[in-house]
Design a protein around this ligand. Structure first.
Ligand SMILES: [Zn+2]
Length: 862
């Protein structure tokens, strides 16, 4: 709840929800929401009435509701005492043995944090837009319900709103009545049985484009919606194309007709995540509508997310995990499908390079934090569930399911999926239900596989052990495996299917001349087939079949320093970059050596998406892993590299735009870039083919602001020229990025509760300038404040503050990482707060680990 102290009962435990599910059987909800006053800024709340029909075996229960006020509640016609309502739960005593009807009327609050019913006013035209986001448990901010995924029901929504608005939900409109004051009440068709967190409503003067997907006797109306002021930038044809390609694919592959009638995709402002799989009304971040130039990688990313959410229409929506410990399975499955279907069914081939280079980096990072967990994790309560939407759940899970698909065979994998949807449609399941189907379709026993990959934590490390003869050819090659489960401390032996690529220079490029596909099992695997092969580059896990951290031998490192960008396959290049990056993060490869390779090779990297990943890692290496004294020179070199890349790139290419984006980023931490950035803004340094659109323009202004090289009047003029949501957010970021703004930014971020989620993110981002770390006093204020933030804000807002304002720092000469004052302060806080909410402790532990990793890398500098 905004502005109110969250009651402890907002958390929900697995144990109490399991008990509730055993005692209730749900039939239906009728939900009436009166949003007719939404455009009135003085109306902070809206009337909500929820009518639930269910059977019970007598006794007492409770219903979940986070409302400003409960107006009335009736059970089977009897008034309930609502005086004991604690802000999160309403007690429901005296259930009938048999059918029950519960009616709860409440005043619920419009959200500014993206949780519940978010309200946004467009600065361009003052139009009001509403949309919901409920996962995991924020439906209770909009209507009273039994908030757990295994209590499925049919939902009938009736929404009253201004009659000239678009009023949409997950099902088609069934009836509409106009009233006298300019409103209409739209009643939607009842949903098939579904979980409450998957329901959705949106209302506002949205722009809407329609199309149709048809196959056999199936006809699915398609819609794409966005704010009216974004309509000129919407690319509905591109979105419909991917949507139809996805429906074609899943309809065939899953063998179950699309279950939800219609398929609307709505792009909404101030969204906390990429997208959400509400059946029939998928919500997407507006970040997928490009106001200016976009690269193929930007469009590929949008396609992948569209296809991820669409996979959920079956996996997650039609069949739903019983509890939040099953979230990983639906997310991993959808993630795998998102990349797989992008690769096989759309124009955006190359998806697996992005997966290897970027998505798996997220998993590798998360899997080395002290808070990592098995893919199959225990999730005791809701707060833990929220923190588990992480790199393990999505990216590691998808990597491992990708292996599973290869292990059982692609045809058998989809046959198992068809069996699963047929058996469990409209139900709730656990992992064993899917494994049963895959075992039936493939004839393989998956128990050992599940134990090794799903029930352990951490990453296996694979090292090549190489001996060569006088002619430089391989005389012996082995791969060693080391893995310790960071949770249990036990060593783990996982079976890896891997390809080892052996490369040599041919015609000025590095060519794979031999590839060995083998199983790596146990501590050491000898590869007799490699004898006599070239040793210029030995790449373990080439083709990215397994999930593992691999290292390069010294000779291979020397080779890639000179020739990395000449490897023909982008996937192989991505794997070499990944190996270099992991070694840098582990303080085994000094950051200066990683940067040396990057500065030599990035300028010749042909794939814009991979270039983007590498340049992001370069910036991180400079600001985190390089000793302070070496940073100014490295920043200057990055600016110079970006300037040269921009100059040399093909006019109008994705590579050119990628260099331009990274030049503005590099210029935020180096005054060397300011003149070039000015030149982009005034046209003096504008290369042929590059358009400085509104977003790139703002990136320039932010860079100049961070260098104190811009006046307030200039920033205000920039805002006047682009007074949009994006412009206002960028202006806020630029203002907060100015060196003199730190105290004011801290004050506003931590005290102004009228800020929206996006505004808070902009302030926090501006505050945390890597080149100019905050004074130690902010560390004290941080640790004195976080418990209060957690108690007084919603989970989203508290997380933005606790993660974003965590104090950083660098190693002083001769200092050991564990002596660093922020490390000591954070350790003391953890020691003194054993009973702080587990989710908050998790954030502090992770931020501390990131800092310690950075300090170790700095200490490893030559
Ligand atoms: Zn998902």
């Amino acid at each position: 709840m905004m502005g109110r102290v969250a009651s402890p009962s907002t958390n929900l435990t697995h144990a109490e929800c399991r008990t509730r599910a055993e005692s209730l059987e749900l039939a239906s909800y009728d939900v009436a929401l009166d949003l007719s006053r939404a455009a009135d800024p003085d109306a902070g709340t809206f009337p909500s009435r929820s009518t639930v029909a269910f059977t019970a075996t007598g006794g007492d229960t409770w219903i979940d509701l986070i409302a400003e006020r409960v107006v009335a509640a009736r059970l089977n016609g009897r008034e309930l005492d609502v005086a004991g309502y604690d802000g999160a739960r309403l007690a429901v005593p005296g259930l009938a043995d048999g059918p029950n009807e519960l009616v709860v009327e409440a005043e619920c609050r419009y959200s500014r944090s993206g949780e519940g019913l978010h309200r946004f006013v467009d600065p361009v035209d003052d139009a009001t837009y509403l949309y919901t986001h409920f996962e995991p448990t924020d439906a209770r901010r909009v209507f009273a319900n039994f908030e757990q995924p295994d209590l499925k029901a049919r939902f009938t929504f009736a929404v009253t709103a201004p009659r000239d608005w678009q009023i949409v939900s997950g099902q088609r409109e069934a009836a509409r009545t106009d009233d006298d004051n300019g409103s209409a009440t739209v009643t939607f068709a009842p949903t098939p049985p579904q979980s409450g967190y998957l329901t959705a409503v949106a209302a506002g003067p949205y722009h809407r484009v329609e199309d149709l997907w048809a196959s056999g006797d199936q006809k699915v109306p398609l819609g794409v919606l966005c704010r009216a002021s974004m309509a000129e930038h919407l690319e509905p044809d591109a979105i419909f194309t991917v949507t139809r390609q996805g429906l074609d694919f899943y309809d065939q592959a899953f063998g179950f007709p699309y279950p939800w009638g219609k398929y609307d995709s709505i792009f909404v402002p101030e969204y906390n995540l990429g997208a959400m799989e509400n059946p029939g009304l998928v919500t997407f971040t507006e970040g997928f509508i490009h106001r200016g130039a976009a690269t193929r990688a930007d469009r590929a990313r949008r396609a992948e997310v569209i296809l991820h959410e669409m996979a959920h229409m079956w996996f997650g929506d039609l069949v739903t995990p019983r509890w939040w410990d099953g979230t990983w399975l639906k997310e991993s499955f959808a993630d795998l499908m998102g990349y797989h279907v992008t690769e096989v069914a759309t124009e955006f081939d190359g998806a697996w390079t992005t997966f290897a280079g970027r998505r798996k980096a997220w998993a590798y990072r998360q899997d080395q934090l002290p808070t990592t967990h098995p893919i199959v994790a225990t999730v005791d309560d809701l707060e833990a569930a929220r923190q588990n939407f992480d790199g393990i759940t999505y990216a590691k899970g998808a990597s491992v399911l990708k292996q599973l698909m290869a292990y059982v065979g692609e045809a058998e994998f989809f046959a198992g999926a068809r069996d699963y949807f047929a058996r469990h449609a409209y139900g709730n399941t656990e992992l064993a239900d899917l494994l049963d189907c895959l075992e039936r379709s493939s004839g393989r026993d998956l128990q050992a596989w599940s134990r090794a990959w799903l029930e352990t934590s951490g990453i296996s490390r694979l090292d090549p052990v190489l001996e060569t003869g006088l002619d430089g050819r391989i005389t012996r090659l082995a791969v060693t495996q080391t893995a310790t489960d960071p949770v249990t401390g036990a060593s783990v032996d996982r079976p890896h299917r891997v390809v080892i690529g052996l490369y040599e220079p041919v015609d000025g490029g590095l060519q794979r001349v031999r590839s060995i596909e083998t199983d790596v099992v146990g501590a050491r695997t000898e590869l007799a087939e490699a004898v006599g092969g070239p040793a210029a580059l030995v790449l373990v896990n080439d083709d990215d079949l397994s999930y593992a951290k691999v290292r390069l031998d010294a000779g291979s490192l020397a080779t890639v320093r000179e020739h990395l960008s000449t490897i023909p396959a982008s996937l192989s290049r991505a794997l070499v970059w990944s190996a270099l990056w992991n070694a840098t993060r582990d303080a085994e490869l000094p950051a200066s050596e990683y940067l040396d390779v990057a500065f030599r090779q990035a300028g010749r990297e042909p794939a814009a998406d991979l270039l983007d990943t590498v340049l992001g890692e370069v910036a991180t290496a400079i600001e985190n892993y390089l000793p302070t004294a070496q940073r100014p020179a490295a920043r200057s070199r990055l600016v110079a590299t970006c300037r040269a890349g921009l100059h040399d790139a093909t006019p109008g290419s994705d590579t050119q735009l990628t260099w331009a984006r990274h030049l503005t980023r590099a210029a935020t931490v180096s005054a060397d870039g300011s003149a070039t950035v000015r030149g982009l803004l005034d046209g003096g340094a504008l290369p042929e083919g590059l358009t400085v659109d509104a977003d790139l323009r703002w990136a320039c202004w932010v860079a100049l602001a961070a260098q104190d090289a811009v006046t307030s009047a200039e920033l205000d003029a920039a805002l006047a020229a682009d007074d949009t949501m994006t412009g206002r957010r960028a202006h806020l970021l630029a203002t907060a990025s100015r060196p003199g703004a730190r105290e004011a930014t801290w004050q506003r971020a931590t005290t102004d509760e009228s800020l929206t989620n996006d505004q808070l993110r902009a302030l926090v981002q501006g505050f945390s300038r890597p080149a100019d770390p905050p004074a130690p006093a902010y560390a004290e204020r941080y640790f004195a404040s976080i418990v209060g933030w957690w108690a007084g804000r919603t989970m989203t807002m508290a997380t933005i503050l606790a993660r974003g304002l965590f104090p950083g720092g660098s190693l002083d000469d001769g200092q050991r990482p564990q002596q660093h004052p922020v490390v000591r302060r954070a350790r003391a806080w953890l020691h003194e707060h054993p009973d702080a909410p587990a989710a908050l402790r998790r954030i502090v532990i992770e931020q501390l680990d990131d800092l310690e990793r950075a300090l170790r890398a700095q200490a490893a500098a030559p």
